[in-house]
Design a protein around this ligand. Structure first.
Ligand code: NDP
Ligand code: GDR
Length: 374
């Protein structure tokens, strides 16, 4: 656990002299990530640190610490000279904070991963979702444009986290040439962000790329996305902490990959000579029911003994079938996924079995309630 007071930016960080494990390395690349506390932000940070980058993340204020996914790479501000990952308070709804951190950090690469990223929740808070996902991306692009104009730093590159949800009801396989037909406020907002990014590339010559990423999961996936909800339940049911799992539409089909593989594609896009848009996908699609089969079957359980259909998890408009055609990314970037569907499910179940075992110790000792469902 860390104090996370956002004060570990050196006062001279705008000067161009940056530190890596205590030694000044003026040539090292600097990345700025919004959404660093999310699933993808944590994997991308690890990936970039391994490549020798200095990584700056924008975090938003919350009433509780929200840095669980990056605590293992966080260095206390009191040892700031050792830190290659630095955190700063900002928000995609606050344009001034975005411009200020661009001017201070002077990044080479900007990854815009921040979002209200839950599709079902976007029907409940559509206005907020649009403000963060669509207008938030515009604010960041505009901050970047004025930063570049003021400083002449034309080499700065921008990545926009686009989504297969933009394809919505357009049938598979979906590629860069497939028309968008969004089915939620989230997806419509991601379409706006996509076109803002294309527009800033065309209008101002900014090196700006859209990654159109299909679903990607991991043991760090938020617990209210269907894959993690299932694997958390599998662990807890197996260990005796839970009995039922309430779900919605089991017939929806998704192209599920591993988040660790997908962040590499983000970086690859920004290493090209020319900015462009790319679909990133495994090119395999499975229903939620198939995910249940593999996850429960792996630990010797039958999903039908535990799953209860609850109407509240159905969406006002559903995206039935997503399956990507990522041939452009494979050909131009040389990207391909390393983790397949079954391996992904088993990786998530393995981790959540361990988590459930730790929970059980706390429950048995009276330190924690055995909640039915997280
Ligand atoms: P998460 O929901 O795990 O993370 C979202 C991040 O955005 C968190 O760090 C969150 O902060 C931050 N955030 C939310 N609102 C704001 C705000 N107003 N200002 C600043 N930061 C904010 O998403 P993922 O990591 O899964 O996804 C990353 C991006 O990729 C998102 O834009 C998502 O829409 C998109 N995407 C994801 C796919 C997937 O399958 N995972 C597929 C395609 C696109 P906090 O931790 O405080 O909540
Ligand atoms: P998705 O992911 O909407 O594809 O968006 P999610 O895991 O939420 O849903 C996938 C499918 O499962 C069905 N489903 C349920 N979903 C949830 N969350 N909870 C349930 O109980 C449940 N039961 C069935 C859904 O109806 C849906 O069809 C994710 C997010 O990461 C987005 O930010 C990203 O852009 C897209 O993937 C690509």
């Amino acid at each position: 656990a860390t104090e996370n007071d956002s004060s570990n930016v050196g006062s001279g960080s705008g000067s161009g002299s940056h530190t890596v494990n205590g030694s000044a390395t003026p040539d090292c690349k600097i990345a700025l990530i919004t959404g660093i506390t999310g699933q993808d932000g944590s994997y991308l940070t690890e990936f970039l640190l391994n490549k020798g980058y200095e990584v700056h993340g924008l975090i938003r204020r919350s009433s509780n610490f929200n840095t669980q996914r990056i605590n293992h790479i966080y260095i206390d501000p009191h040892n700031a000279h050792k830190a290659r990952m630095k955190l700063h308070y900002a928000d995609l709804s606050d344009a001034s904070s975005l411009r200020r951190w661009l001017d201070t950090i002077r990044p080479h690469e900007v990854y815009n991963l921040a979002a209200q990223s839950h599709v079902a929740v976007s029907f409940e808070i559509p206005d907020y979702t649009a403000d963060v996902v669509a207008t938030g991306a515009l604010r960041l692009l505009e901050a970047l444009r004025s930063h570049i104009t003021a400083t002449g730093r034309t080499h700065v590159k921008y990545y926009q986290a686009g989504s297969s949800e933009m394809f919505g009801s357009t049938p598979p396989p979906q590629s860069e040439n497939t028309p968008f037909h969004p089915r939620s406020p989230y997806a419509a907002s991601k379409c706006a962000a996509h076109w803002y990014t294309v527009n800033y590339r065309e209008a101002y010559g900014i090196f700006a790329c859209n990654g159109i990423l299909f679903n990607h999961e991991s043991p760090r996936r938020g617990e209210n996305f269907v894959t993690r909800k299932i694997t958390r339940a599998v662990g807890r049911i197996k260990i005796g902490l839970q009995n039922k799992l309430f779900l919605g539409n089991l017939q929806a089909s998704r192209d599920w990959g591993f988040a660790g593989d997908y962040v590499e594609a983000m970086w690859m896009m920004l290493q090209q000579e020319k900015a462009d848009d790319y679909v990133v996908a495994t090119e395999e699609s499975h229903t939620v029911e198939e995910f249940l089969e593999v996850a429960f079957g792996y630990v010797g359980l039958k999903w039908k003994d535990h799953v209860v259909i609850d109407k509240r998890y159905f969406r006002p408009a559903e995206v039935d079938n997503l399956k990507g055609d990522s041939s452009k990314a494979r050909k131009v970037l040389g990207w391909k996924p390393r983790v397949g569907f079954e391996q992904l499910v088993k990786m998530m179940v393995d981790e959540d079995m361990e988590l459930a075992k730790r929970e059980k110790v706390l429950v048995d000792a009276g330190y924690m309630d055995a909640q039915q469902q997280p």
